[in-house]
Design a protein around this ligand. Structure first.
Ligand SMILES: Nc1ncnc2c1ncn2[C@@H]1O[C@H](COP(=O)(O)OP(=O)(O)OP(=O)(O)O)[C@@H](O)[C@H]1O
Length: 231
């Protein structure tokens, strides 16, 4: 176990009925680093991501985040930790409520976590939108009034509202037009530089992985079959 790891996953196992989706997977991730989970459809990437986030409790193994073992914690004990590890999902529209304005989607984590005040809450939302490259006037829009790339930026702003240390990015650019992918990846790189975030970056596209990740592990049928650079 490495002391300076932001995330240290050991022998993770996730079963869906008879299917072992994740079969003794181990990896570490440091703050400020991007680790890609790469591999074909069905190899267990999303199951790994959900188990890291404790959105699906693993069947065995350890998930140590900021030095704390999460798999043995109760839901109540996890509550203060959850904001610090945030997912960003593939489908930018699906992760936002269609009826809710952008400003309310970004404000929600602040309100739920008791960090909202009428005095400075709206300014914080405007600042978060600006941080992801959106004019604060976009706060008045609803998801269907945004492009896919803008919508994904809102998803990132919403994740940042929780002041996370780790983003679990599950195919964050796969649903986007090739022409807007580079912009979103470059935003993620800037945010990582500025905030020292760790990224667990799930991606099936090797070209994107090679360009964006510091390290990668390749999965097949629930197992890690290789890692780059080699250990
Ligand atoms: N909720 C579930 N119930 C039953 N089986 C599941 C469930 N989720 C995943 N699986 C199975 O577990 C295995 C791993 O799936 P998982 O979604 O983790 O892989 P993936 O690499 O993320 O695939 P994709 O890139 O298509 O999302 C697959 O065989 C899948 O069918």
């Amino acid at each position: 176990m490495t002391d300076d790891a932001l995330l240290d996953v050991r022998d993770l196992v996730v079963r869906h009925g008879d299917v072992t989706a994740v079969d003794h997977v181990s990896f570490t991730l440091a703050a400020g680093e991007t680790l890609a989970l790469n591999g074909p459809s069905g190899c267990g990437k999303s199951s790994t991501a959900l188990a890291v986030l404790q959105l699906r409790r693993p069947d065995a193994g350890e998930v140590r985040f900021e030095g704390k073992e999460l798999t043995t914690l109760t839901e109540r004990e996890l509550r203060p930790i959850r904001p610090r590890m945030q997912p960003v999902l593939q489908d930018p529209y699906g992760s936002l409520s269609p009826r809710r304005r952008v400003r309310d989607a970004v404000a929600e984590p602040l309100k739920v976590q008791g960090r909202w005040s009428a005095d400075d809450g709206p300014a914080r939302v405007a600042e978060l939108l600006d941080r992801v490259g959106l004019d604060p006037s976009y706060g008045e829009r609803r998801p269907h009034e945004l492009s896919g790339g803008q919508c994904q930026r809102v998803g990132i702003a919403r994740a940042l509202a929780s002041e996370p240390r780790l983003l679990v990015l599950d195919e964050p650019v796969s649903a986007l037009d090739p022409s807007v992918r580079a912009g979103v990846l470059s935003l993620l790189a800037d945010l990582q530089d500025d905030l020292g975030l760790g990224y667990l970056f799930i991606c099936h596209d090797r070209a994107v992985v090679g360009h964006f990740a510091d390290r990668s592990v390749e999965m097949r049928e629930g197992r890690v079959i290789s890692s780059w650079p080699p250990r």
